[in-house]
Design a protein around this ligand. Structure first.
Ligand SMILES: Nc1ncnc2c1ncn2[C@@H]1O[C@H](COP(=O)(O)OP(=O)(O)O)[C@@H](O)[C@H]1O
Ligand SMILES: [Mg+2]
Length: 353
């Protein structure tokens, strides 16, 4: 992909890719853009931990550049090493071999000095799945696809565990961006849930079964030509696949909580998602123990997303309080299965509506 062999001297470690002039100069200096090739750059909104810029070029498909920020754009001070962008690049390199065809953007390049990567842009028109869901658009087929995509990934990576377990062994970002701010923080702030969450952290750390995306949420899934495309692989690691299940189901159930008029549609679709995941996963030696851990991660994430360091912004204070109360109650006798959990969560929410 590199078109010229220009020297790499004078690397500007303070590059800000949101500055179109700086970006064009840097891309030309690095040889990613021809000396006279035109570029149109557009800053993409939405990310809190990265600068994200759409780059349209005269020749070839548009790119999205992502540059990791050392300080996240959140109200409280939250720092994370920008080297995490290289975890995402690793994910982008491998996922095409593990996920269904065309379900991740094509990787273009990464730069170790500026902590950025480039991938091909998903063409317009596309929509963010979270936006569609919050607008009440619940398409059962997308839920089934979401289950299939995850089941394909978990299965395919496990089949290649001999080579991949080591490639994805690094878990530091999963620790600092998930276990600490979600489970450990919630454990400190919700004493009745502390023992449950601490045990969940220990079990998660001890589990190393297959590739875990770690940020498997509707916000990171774009809908393009009725197909889901998965983004944002910063916390990808070798670990407990039940984390992805609990993380995703938390988003579905929290939306079911927030949107009473779409609650039945969202819970039905969540059941379809779970069925599709299981059908795709097929028979695996660790399958029997997966569901109990998925229930635990769902309860943990449902709580963490109202009482952790990164609360779901669309839930009102009253909804956050109710979700915390409902989950704390469910922790006493956790449901045995995912369908039971879906039923119990919505029944409890409705009994306190
Ligand atoms: N390859 C891509 N094609 C089109 N849009 C993208 C692409 N990658 C990211 N985006 C847009 O940028 C937003 C933020 O990207 P994401 O990778 O989720 O970063 P963050 O880690 O900041 O959440 C996405 O929600 C999407 O709208
Ligand atoms: Mg994202």
């Amino acid at each position: 992909m590199r078109t010229t062999g220009l020297p790499v001297a004078g690397v500007n470690t303070a590059l800000d890719i949101e500055d179109a002039g700086q970006l064009a100069e840097w891309l030309r200096a690095k040889g990613w853009l021809g000396a006279h090739e035109a570029l149109v750059a557009e800053v993409l909104a939405g990310g809190v931990s990265n600068r994200t810029v759409l780059v349209r070029r005269a020749a070839g498909p548009a790119w999205v550049l992502k540059q990791a920020l050392p300080k996240l754009r959140v109200p409280t001070d939250w720092f994370s090493s920008p080297t995490r962008v290289h975890r995402e690049a690793l994910g982008l390199r491998w996922l095409p071999q593990l996920a269904p065809p065309d379900s991740t953007p094509r990787f273009v390049f990464e730069d170790p000095d500026e902590h950025l990567l480039a991938m091909e842009a998903v063409p317009q028109p596309h929509a963010n799945w979270k936006t569609l869901l919050l607008a009440g658009e619940v398409a059962p087929d997308l839920f089934a696809q979401c289950g299939q995509l995850l089941g394909t990934l978990h299965r395919a990576a496990w089949q290649r565990r001999a080579e991949l377990a080591e490639v994805f062994a690094e878990r530091a970002f999963f620790e600092s961006l998930r276990l600490a701010p979600y489970y450990a923080y919630a454990a400190e702030h919700v004493p009745p849930a502390a023992a449950f969450l601490r045990a969940l952290i220990d079990r998660t750390r001890a589990c190393a079964l297959t590739l875990v995306h770690g940020d498997y949420s509707p916000k990171n899934l774009l809908v393009y030509r009725s197909r889901l495309i998965l983004l944002d692989h910063e916390v990808i690691h070798w670990g407990d696949p039940a984390f992805d299940l609990g993380f995703a189901l938390t988003h579905f159930l929290s939306k079911a909580h927030h949107l009473p008029g779409r609650r039945a549609a969202l819970t039905d679709a969540s059941r379809a998602w779970w069925r599709a995941y299981n059908q795709t996963l097929g028979a695996l030696p660790w399958r029997a123990d997966l569901e109990g851990r998925a229930v635990a991660h769902t309860l943990g994430c449902l709580l963490a997303r109202v009482a952790g360091r990164s609360p779901l912004e669309y839930l009102t204070p009253a909804e956050r309080g109710r979700q915390q109360a409902v989950v704390t109650r469910l922790l006493d006798t956790p449901p045995a299965t995912i369908p039971d959990l879906i039923t119990a969560f919505t029944a409890c929410i409705e009994s306190t509506d």
